[in-house]
Ligand binder design. Structure first.
Ligand SMILES: [Ca+2]
Ligand SMILES: [Ca+2]
Ligand SMILES: [Ca+2]
Length: 407
């Protein structure tokens, strides 16, 4: 963006200079003092003018057949001319040349018709060849073309309003012979940019800017359908929210929330029914907590705690009563242990243990709800292979069922 902005600024500068070229007719100001030079026939050939009475020549006029044909002007007290006006026999400006970098060679060329500029060429890298062409109507620029790479190949097209203010430009950023970036301006400032980032001929990114040209919203079509499926929102140049349509329904079902530019929370409506059923909390770019409404009934019933992106503990409200009665423990993302409070007294009374393959190997039960293990079942290949009664009044049942462990 800064590149284009600086380009807009360059245009502003050059237009201001062209404005000076237009506005400064070859006449002299107050207290002019002229020295005239003649040939041996007594005809005037040259005039040196100190137009401000400063004691220094700032305008050099060349005459031919008694008429001025070239006026060279020092517009900035450089001691040498930096602007040249070529005059018609009736004294009108036909062409003007300007040396912006003061290397003695012109780098802006302007053609006039009836004292009004119609076309200008500008050499932006001062290699003697023009890189920008500006077209005027009624003395105001209406259109410009530019070789962004300064290699003579036109890749930027600029358009101006009636006041000569930039309203739109189009740039071929991929060198494919057609524009891929379209920028729109208001009061000379960038307000919207559309981009064909893949060069397919279809816009897939839209950016919107505030009055300070700061990005406020960006929409992206990841699917390439031409319709946005990602919407990012910015404040003070920083992202605050990003919405995504993962289900292809034309409306977002995932929202990312940022604080100070860092992701803090992600909300997802996994079924696209208009209700969030998955919330993830982030720290340092990694999820640390995940809340799920696994039954799609508007209430969180599974909470997972993560470290370094891996799940460490999961709490489940198996009865959907607003109480987490099942706790799962993980090591290296693998379930190793479950604790289940079946009677709602706040203390676990079933403990299950799992091996590397995810198979249950042991289940212990506190059948008396006194905090002690009373029955112990051992498993192999998902089947009970032994039962050990530690001490129990009712000890004749099978292992009690835990909720399915797959969430
Ligand atoms: Ca120059
Ligand atoms: Ca050049
Ligand atoms: Ca209990």
């Amino acid at each position: 963006m800064s590149q284009l902005r600086s380009r807009a600024w360059e245009i502003g500068l050059s237009l201001a200079i062209l404005g000076v070229l237009v506005a400064t007719p070859p006449t002299t100001a107050a207290d002019p003092a002229s020295k005239y030079f003649y040939d041996d026939k007594g005809q005037i050939v040259r005039e040196e003018v100190d137009s401000t009475g400063s004691g220094r020549t700032d305008t050099w006029i060349t005459y031919k057949d008694g008429k001025p044909v070239l006026q060279a002007v020092d517009t900035g007290k450089h001691g040498k001319p930096d602007t040249w006006y070529h005059l018609t026999p009736d004294g009108q400006v036909a062409r003007a040349e300007k040396d912006q970098n003061l290397d003695g060679k012109p780098d802006v060329w302007t053609i006039y018709e009836k004292e009004v500029p119609v076309k200008a060429e500008q050499d932006l890298d001062f290699d003697g060849k023009p890189d920008r062409y500006i077209y005027f109507e009624k003395g105001k620029p209406v259109r410009a073309e530019e070789s962004v790479k300064r290699d003579g190949k036109i890749t930027l097209w600029l358009y101006y309003d009636e006041a000569g203010v930039l309203i739109r430009d189009e740039e071929d950023t991929k060198g494919i012979g057609r524009a891929t970036v379209f920028s729109y301006y208001q009061d000379g400032k960038l307000i919207r940019r559309e981009e064909d980032t893949k060069g397919t001929g279809r816009v897939d990114r839209w950016s919107y800017y505030d009055k300070e040209e700061r990005l406020i919203r960006r929409e992206v079509s990841r699917s390439g359908s031409g319709r946005p499926d990602v919407w990012a929102h910015f404040e003070n140049g920083k992202i605050v929210k990003q919405e995504e349509d993962l289900l292809g329904r034309g409306r977002p079902n995932v929202t990312y929330f940022f604080q100070a530019g860092a992701l803090g929370r992600r909300e997802e409506d996994t079924q696209g029914v208009g209700r969030v059923d998955l919330i993830e909390w982030y720290e340092d770019g990694k999820p640390v907590k995940r809340q799920q409404d696994s039954r799609q009934q508007g209430k969180i019933d599974v909470v997972s705690y993560l470290r370094q992106g891996q799940i460490e503990r999961q709490e489940v409200d198996t009865k959907y009563e607003g109480r987490y009665d099942l706790v799962r423990f993980y090591t290296n993302d693998r379930l190793v242990k479950e604790e289940y409070d079946t009677n709602g007294d706040g203390r676990p009374d079933i403990w299950a243990y799992y091996d590397e393959k995810g198979d249950k190997v042991l289940q212990e039960e506190d059948t008396e709800y006194d905090g002690k293990v009373h029955v112990r079942f051992r498993f192999e290949g998902g089947r009970v292979v032994s039962k050990e009664v530690v001490s129990a009044r009712k000890s004749d049942g099978p292992p009690r069922l835990l909720t399915p462990k797959s969430w």
